[in-house]
Design a protein around this ligand. Structure first.
Ligand SMILES: Cc1cc2nc3c(=O)[nH]c(=O)nc-3n(C[C@H](O)[C@H](O)[C@H](O)COP(=O)(O)O)c2cc1C
Ligand SMILES: [Mn+2]
Length: 476
């Protein structure tokens, strides 16, 4: 069964409300309170999505929506997958669908909802929007924490539309943060700079959740995130050329900024620091390119999609999309009988479940998963009677099936990043960003797995049958 689709962010919010997962909050302060409430809510066992209105210092109607896709249920909804599926089943469906997605180019619509209100030139004033100061030590307010930055390649016309954070600096200027020079936005900006040409740019605040997913996905250079979002939705994204930049912009977006990205060699502003998804600050203020805002447009009662990084296990997406990629990598590498893959601690721990068929099977899976685990120091392999999406189940396997002196391997100089809090000061100053990874084999030892003590626990199938029959009695 596939899930419903949604027309835009508002429609998604309506569907979340029908699932009983929306909370409306009036009167919060954009300075640390919206961020604080969002973080506390994201730590609850059943994290609700939050719609903030009547925000302190702002007109009613200028709203902020957070924790949009933080739960597995709402992540499934965003992907067009049945939100009633168990998390691992939902991820498995996404892994399968991902390989057969049909890209859908956007279509041009007649009207843009985001043009209901506009201000241009000297009338532009970003302070109209309740851009939150998300964490106390942040260097400023961010209007874009889940926004899409749209740019056009000057050679091929390729449109790139992915997520980079956007900090507010006064009434008509923002900075765009490219993590590194390989970001598609950074590559495009460099081309304009080298030709001495102004770089048109737009920031889409309040994008459709499918665009949010597409903006995070690693797509190859030359591929447009709009096409991928269309594939997720099984229908093309409707776009309208921006009145200032001519860039194709999602017609149903909540609000849009249009303008020019100034060459960083001539203009920059100190950006950050900004709390990262590891739960730490990774860098001090750093110079970032400035966008001069020439026009701002918004729908009536516009909604900012807020997706601040938070201390793990909180993560912007409730299904670990990168684990689905690793699961596919394992299959493509010829590793059979992988029955599950998951990531915990905001991607920092990878778990692979295998039905062991031969000696070395689980280690083969663990080594490949380790190679593909960005920033993850811990990789665990478990048997097929353990649910990799359930951290308690994984810890049960580690504490009962793994003998540390035999079952742990360490791989050195592996893939991490400058965001890694545990890089040594020395490594950091040399730009050395690799770390080591621990592969924990928490499977029953293959050589004597049939002599391993039998588990007294219900099998997944038995537990499911009991739930089907007895859940109403248990719920009371
Ligand atoms: C909520 C969120 C915030 C992000 N913030 C940034 C950011 O500030 N800078 C950045 O370079 N990447 C950021 N990313 C990661 C990129 O969006 C992601 O790697 C994307 O694939 C890059 O697209 P590109 O290949 O078109 O450059 C963020 C991702 C998410 C989901
Ligand atoms: Mn891209």
């Amino acid at each position: 069964m596939s899930g419903q689709s949604y027309a835009d962010l508002r429609d998604f919010i309506d569907q979340v409300e029908r699932l009983g997962a929306l909370r409306r909050i009036d009167g919060a302060d954009p300075v640390c309170e919206i961020g604080g409430i969002t973080e506390v809510a994201a730590g609850l066992p059943k994290c609700p999505a939050l719609l903030f209105d009547a925000i302190k210092g702002h007109s009613r109607g200028f709203r902020v929506f957070t924790n949009a896709t933080v739960s597995p249920q709402r992540a499934a909804l965003a992907l067009g997958i049945d939100p009633a599926l168990e998390p691992l089943d939902a991820l498995k469906e996404w892994k399968t669908r991902r390989t057969t997605l049909k890209m859908q180019a956007p279509v041009t619509a007649k009207h843009a909802l985001f043009l209901e209100n506009s201000r241009a030139g000297a009338d532009a004033d970003l302070t109209l929007f309740p851009a939150p100061l998300w964490h106390k030590q942040d260097g400023g307010s961010y209007i874009g924490s889940g926004s899409i930055v749209v740019m056009r390649d000057p050679d091929s016309g390729w449109i790139n539309a992915s997520i980079y954070r956007v900090q507010v600096h006064g009434r008509d200027r923002v900075t765009i943060q490219f993590d590194h020079e390989g970001r598609h936005g950074a590559i495009i900006a460099r081309k304009y700079r080298e030709r001495g040409k102004p770089c048109p740019i737009a920031v889409v605040n309040g994008p459709d959740p499918a665009l949010f997913v597409a903006g995070f996905e690693y797509l190859p250079e030359g591929v447009c995130e709009y096409d991928f979002a269309g594939a997720i939705k099984r229908q093309p994204i409707e776009v309208v050329p921006g009145p200032v930049t001519g860039l194709p912009l999602p017609a149903r977006a909540e609000s849009v900024l249009e303008g020019t990205l100034l060459p960083i060699t001539e203009t920059s502003l100190p950006e950050g620091p900004f709390g990262e998804f590891t739960g730490y600050y990774a860098a001090e203020k750093r110079p970032a390119p400035v966008m001069q805002v020439e026009a701002m447009h918004w729908r009536n009662d516009p909604i900012l999609l807020g997706s601040p990084p938070m201390k793990p296990p909180r993560f912007h997406f409730g299904l670990p999309l990168r684990a689905a990629g690793i699961w596919s990598n394992l299959e493509n590498a010829g590793v059979t009988d992988v029955v599950g893959a998951w990531q915990h601690v905001a991607q920092l721990m990878t778990v692979i479940a295998v039905k062991q068929r031969y000696a070395g099977h689980s280690k083969r899976a663990g080594l490949i998963a380790a190679a593909q685990s960005y920033m993850g120091r811990v990789v665990v392999t478990v048997d097929d009677d353990v649910d990799p999406s359930d951290l308690a189940d994984v810890m049960w396997a580690i504490t009962t099936r793994c003998e540390p002196s035999e079952s742990v391997d360490i791989v050195r100089n592996a893939w991490s990043s400058a965001l890694d809090p545990r890089l040594t000061v020395e490594a950091r100053t040399h730009g050395q960003t690799s770390h080591s990874k621990m592969i924990i084999d928490a499977c029953k030892p293959f050589g004597w797995k049939d002599e391993f003590p039998q588990t007294s626990a219900l099998s997944f199938d038995d537990a499911r049958a009991i739930k089907d029959k007895w859940m109403p009695a248990l719920r009371g």
